[in-house]
Design a protein around this ligand. Structure first.
Ligand code: C2E
Ligand code: MG
Ligand code: MG
Ligand code: MG
Length: 284
């Protein structure tokens, strides 16, 4: 198959592109059914206080186990859900599950845990997000101040009054707002000054720089200093080694998340971690 490109040239669709397009269509069609059948689930990854090693909270991450194609990564199915409009239903499901699980964990462990949930730009443009958040808090009993919504910088690319209104509404409900994947977007600096965030999550890319022998960590430390100057706690994403952890601790980063402690896991595993990490076991 071929299609004319703008300048009259011929653009050839490679078979691989065709297969990719078919896969996307297939997945889009199947997501609806998978949501109904409970094939989309939620994994939890702990966030730790870097100085004490204690579990501070858990991030909820969507998982899709496709009956024929196996595990589909969120980097593939979240954009499809955004395109097809299913992101609202998927997002509300993750939100409700996260609140329920973390409220349960708080009761079981007596630890003052936070829940963090990723919210897509598409959800933020939808005013029903506020009632979904309120409902999830009410049904679970999780205090509003213990729910953090993670937003990516793309949300702030253009000023959108509808988005701004939703953010103000969420503030009134009392939930916290975090900026996710900091440093990978565009208008991060402008928005950091204009809108008050409760947490800034530094993208794994900058944490990776701390692990390589020839790495340039100056940018990572500069970002940490910038966040500190705004008096907002920083979270380092994707910590995999003790060396990274030690450098982040010296640089004054408060919170961290990564395979060093745990990959995304089950509620039972989080419960064990909360019990073990109240004593700083990892630090030796
Ligand atoms: P994110 O919000 O930045 O989540 C962190 C991602 O980093 C997760 O990938 C997590 O498994 C991974 N990660 C954490 N620690 C490490 C580490 O030490 N090493 C490595 N290599 N990776 C680590 P995951 O679960 O594949 O999710 C990818 C992205 O998909 C998320 O990035 C988020 O943007 C999006 N996503 C996942 N669940 C949802 C959801 O329910 N709603 C929305 N809107 N987006 C979601
Ligand atoms: Mg996130
Ligand atoms: Mg992130
Ligand atoms: Mg990230």
């Amino acid at each position: 198959q071929a299609k004319h490109s703008g300048k009259g040239g011929l653009q050839i669709f490679e078979p691989a592109m065709h297969a990719q397009a078919l896969r996307r269509l297939q997945l889009k069609a199947d997501l609806r059914t998978s949501l109904d059948l409970g094939e989309v689930t939620v994994a939890l990854q702990p966030l730790h206080a870097i100085d004490t090693n204690a579990v501070w909270g858990v991030e909820a991450l969507a998982r899709w186990s496709h009956p024929r194609l196996g595990t589909i990564p969120p980097s593939e199915f979240i954009p499809l859900a955004e395109e097809s409009g299913l992101i609202t239903e998927l997002g509300n499901f993750v939100l409700a599950r996260a609140c329920r699980d973390v409220a349960g964990l708080r009761a079981e462990t007596e630890a003052d845990l936070f829940a963090t949930v990723n919210v897509s730009a598409v959800q933020l443009a939808d005013p029903t997000l506020i009632s979904a958040v309120t409902a999830a808090l009410e049904h679970s009993g999780l205090p509003a101040a213990r729910l953090t919504l993670e937003l990516t910088e793309s949300v702030f690319l253009d000023y959108d009054p509808a988005v701004h209104e939703t953010l103000e509404g969420l503030r009134r409900v009392g939930v916290k707002l975090a900026i996710d994947d900091f440093g990978t977007g565009y208008c991060s600096l402008a928005y950091l000054g204009r809108f008050r965030f409760d947490l800034v999550k530094i993208d794994k890319h900058f944490i990776d720089e701390l692990a390589r022998p020839d790495a340039d960590a100056r940018l990572t430390f500069g970002i940490l200093e910038l966040i500190e100057s705004l008096e907002v706690p920083a979270v380092a994403e994707g910590i995999e080694t003790v060396g990274q952890l030690e450098q982040l601790e010296r640089a004054g980063c408060q919170l961290g998340q990564g395979f060093l402690w745990s990959a995304p896991c089950s509620r039972q595993e989080i419960r064990q971690l909360v019990r073990h990490c109240s004593t700083p076991a990892l630090k030796a």
